[in-house]
Design a protein around this ligand. Structure first.
Ligand code: FAD
Ligand code: A2P
Length: 317
C-alpha cells in the first residue's frame, strides 16, 4: 500500500490572508487567443510569508478576492490547485503558481428565486479577478489546503495514471515536474497522463507535456478531445487502450490512479474499473451496492456508495 507524506495545512487562514505578488500571468492554452475559453498560468510570489516553501503537488491554496458579495459580506475564499512543484517556479519555493479559468457565461438560474428570464453576462468573481491581475499586483492568499491528493513518499515505488479534464491538469503539471525535474533525477516509474479537452486548442501546458514525452520513455501523454472528429471522454480513451496501455499499469500492485477536474469524469472511471474487475483495488463499495451489476450503477448510487481506496486519489470540483 502507498505511504503518503504528512504535509503542512492551513498555515494561513482565509480570515487572515497574507499578501502575495503576481510575478507572471500568461495564457497556457494550446490555441492561445484562438481558444474559446480563457485559462492562464499565474505565478504568485509568496516569499517572506508562512506559505514560502510549504506547498506540495496535489495541494491547493486560497485566493481571497477583494470586495463584497451581493449580501454585503466579504467575498469568500476560492481554492486553486498548485501547478508548481515543491521547489516553486523559482527553484526556491518562493513563487507558487496555478491555472485559473475565467468563469464567463450568460446568467442561468441556479436556485429557487433566481430570475428565470435573466440572461445577462455572468462573470465569476475570483477567477476573473485573478486572471485580470497584472504583474506587480498584490493578491490575498492563504492555505495550504488538502492532504489526500498527494504523491507517495517513495515516488519510484509506484506507477501512475493521471486523468484530468480542463483545469484539472494543474496538479498534474505540478506532479510531473516533481517526478521528472526533481533534483535527485527523473523518476523511473511509468507515468500516463490523460487530458480531456473540448478541442485540441483547449489543451493546457501542451508543450510542456509533449516535451516530457519526447525526453522520457516512461512518460506517456494521451489527449481525449470531446468535440473533435473522434469524440472522446477520458474514460473512453482509457477503455479504448485498456489491454495494451492502461490495464498493465492499473492491475499491477504498483499502480496509483489520480483524477482531477469535472465531477462527471469520476463516474465514467468508476464504471470502467468496475467492468474491468478492478473495483476492489481502487474503490470501497458499500454494502448497498455490493452484488449490483455495474450496468445498473447510476450516478446517484455511485455518489452514495463508492469511496476511492488508498490507490485512487480524486479531486473534483
Ligand atoms: P463564482 O463567482 O464563485 O461563481 C461560480 C458560482 O456561480 C457557481 O458555483 C454557480 O453557483 C454559479 N454560476 C455558475 N455559472 C453560472 C451562470 N451561468 N449563471 C449564474 N450563476 C452561475 N478553478 C480553476 O480555474 N483552476 C484551478 O486550478 C482550480 N482548482 C481548484 C481546486 C479545488 C480543490 C477546488 C475545490 C476548486 C478549484 N477550482 C479551480 C475552482 C475555483 O475554486 C472556483 O470555484 C472557480 O474559479 C470559480 O470561482 P469564481 O469566483 O470565478 O466564480
Ligand atoms: P464536453 O464539454 O465536450 O462534453 P473544459 O473544462 O476545458 O471545458 O474541459 C472539460 C472537458 O471534460 C471537456 O472536454 C468536456 O466535454 C469533458 N467532460 C464533460 N463531461 C465529462 C464526463 N462526464 N466525463 C469525462 N469528461 C467530461
Amino acid at each position: 500500500m502507498p505511504e503518503f507524506p504528512e504535509v503542512p495545512m492551513n498555515l494561513v487562514k482565509p480570515k487572515e490572508p497574507v499578501i502575495g505578488k503576481v510575478v507572471g500571468s500568461e495564457t497556457c492554452l494550446k490555441g492561445g487567443r484562438k481558444s474559446a475559453g480563457f485559462v492562464r498560468h499565474v505565478a504568485i510570489d509568496v516569499s517572506g510569508t508562512p506559505l514560502e516553501g510549504q506547498l506540495y503537488p496535489g495541494q491547493s491554496f486560497g485566493i481571497v478576492p477583494p470586495g463584497e458579495d451581493e449580501n454585503g459580506k466579504p467575498h469568500k475564499v476560492r481554492l486553486y490547485s498548485l501547478a508548481s512543484p515543491s521547489w516553486g517556479e523559482d527553484g526556491e519555493g518562493k513563487v507558487i503558481s496555478t491555472t485559473p479559468k475565467r468563469v464567463i457565461d450568460e446568467f442561468t438560474s441556479q436556485k429557487d428565486g433566481d430570475d428565470e428570464s435573466c440572461h445577462e453576462l455572468f462573470l465569476g468573481v475570483c477567477s476573473n479577478y485573478i486572471c485580470d491581475a497584472k504583474v506587480g499586483d498584490e493578491v490575498q492568499v492563504c492555505g495550504p489546503n488538502g492532504k489526500r491528493f498527494l504523491l507517495p513518499v517513495d515516488r519510484n515505488a509506484h506507477d501512475y495514471v493521471f486523468m484530468a479534464t480542463g483545469t484539472g491538469i494543474a496538479p498534474f503539471r505540478s506532479m510531473c515536474m516533481e517526478l521528472f525535474d526533481h533534483p535527485d533525477g527523473p523518476t523511473s516509474s511509468q507515468v500516463h497522463l490523460v487530458m480531456g479537452s473540448p478541442y485540441e486548442s483547449d489543451l493546457l501546458y501542451d508543450d510542456l507535456f509533449r516535451g516530457y514525452a519526447e525526453k522520457h520513455d516512461n512518460f506517456h501523454y494521451h489527449t481525449a478531445i470531446s468535440r473533435g472528429a473522434n469524440k472522446q471522454y477520458v474514460h473512453g480513451l482509457v477503455e479504448s487502450q485498456w489491454e495494451d496501455v492502461f490495464n498493465p499499469v492499473l492491475s499491477s500492485e504498483r499502480g496509483l490512479l489520480y483524477m482531477c477536474g469535472l465531477i462527471g469524469m469520476q463516474f465514467g472511471v468508476y464504471q470502467l474499473l468496475g467492468e474491468r474487475g478492478l473495483s476492489d483495488d481502487y474503490m470501497e463499495i458499500k454494502d448497498e451496492l455490493q452484488g449490483v451489476p455495474v450496468s445498473d450503477w447510476d450516478r446517484e448510487t455511485m455518489r452514495r456508495y463508492i469511496r476511492p481506496s488508498e490507490r485512487m486519489m480524486v479531486e473534483v470540483y
